[in-house]
Design a protein around this ligand. Structure first.
Ligand code: UDH
Ligand code: MN
Length: 254
């Protein structure tokens, strides 16, 4: 996949729709990209992210939509399950064929780093300022990952069972390997990114509860994921710069 048909187009402000959808005017993008952001109570980060990333995506001639998936209050945060909801709901909106799952607090620094999917699932947060632009460990798969629809279906999405901070990204890495794919990464000189600093959020404490599942990815991936996902939509609103999906995903007690 490449975007050579879309590098000379121009992005026009007319080609803009509510719900955070943008598309180039004078060319046809090869990939239709949904950006999925797991979210709760990070208004300042979201504003910053939108401020930097819309122009970034437009300069890259992206045909894209931004989905902020908000977990309703009062249960422990579940980043991975929100990603699965985002994938499922965005797929009902438009024929997206590339899904980029992104934390709200990572801003790419170099426009050559294409927000696009590749032949293999792609880990895009491999060069963060907070880690001195180095990969802290070889199997790191957190922050931002890009999957084609086919790749994401092949791993049955994320596990739904990781409540609280940590582990869901390592489990997804193991799914990718178990499905016979490998992880790609952009050149770290190009993928340099800035991380907005913050303390740990209440309701997202580090958990060891589900960590035993990481090594069982191959065993459970076909029964835990997109095909076992349950949720209730609380609201689905198209704002100017993003589509916000507020969702009740239950709690670890259920
Ligand atoms: N998120 C929210 N709200 C929350 C928790 C998480 O929106 O209450 C989302 C958000 O998109 C965030 C992502 O989930 O970027 C990942 O969560 P995180 O940013 O808390 O994870 P990270 O690994 O931080 O960046 C861990 C805690 C940092 C403590 C640092 C103390 N120096
Ligand atoms: Mn963070």
């Amino acid at each position: 996949m490449d975007d050579t048909d879309c590098t000379h187009g121009r992005f026009s402000p007319d080609n803009w729709q509510f719900g955070g959808r943008g598309m180039p005017q004078l060319c046809k993008a090869l990939q239709k990209i949904a950006l999925i952001i797991p979210y709760r109570n990070r208004d300042k980060h979201l504003k910053t992210w939108l401020h930097y990333m819309h122009p970034f995506l437009q300069k890259q001639q992206g045909d894209y939509g931004i989905y902020v998936v908000e977990q309703v209050e009062d249960s422990t945060f579940n980043r991975a399950k929100l990603m699965n909801v985002g994938f499922t709901e965005a797929s009902k909106d438009y024929h997206y064929d590339c899904f980029i799952f992104s934390d709200v607090d990572i801003i790419l620094m170099d426009e050559r780093n294409l927000y696009r999917c590749s032949q293999n699932p792609k880990h895009m947060a491999n060069s963060l300022d907070k880690f001195n632009f180095r990969l802290p460990y070889q199997t790191l798969f957190g922050g931002i990952v890009a999957f084609t629809k086919e790749q994401f279906l092949k791993v049955n999405g994320f596990s739904n069972l990781f409540w609280g901070w940590g582990g869901e990204d390592d489990e997804l890495y193991n799914r990718v390997v178990a499905a016979g794919m490998k992880v790609e990464r952009p050149n770290p000189n190009i993928s340099r990114s800035r991380v907005l600093t913050h303390p740990r959020d209440p309701g997202n404490e580090e958990t060891r509860m589900s960590l035993h599942l990481i090594n069982k990815a191959a065993q459970f991936m076909h029964e835990d994921g997109l095909n076992s996902l349950k949720y209730e939509i609380v609201s689905h609103t198209k704002h100017k710069l993003f589509t916000k999906i507020t969702v009740n995903i239950g709690s670890s007690q259920q």
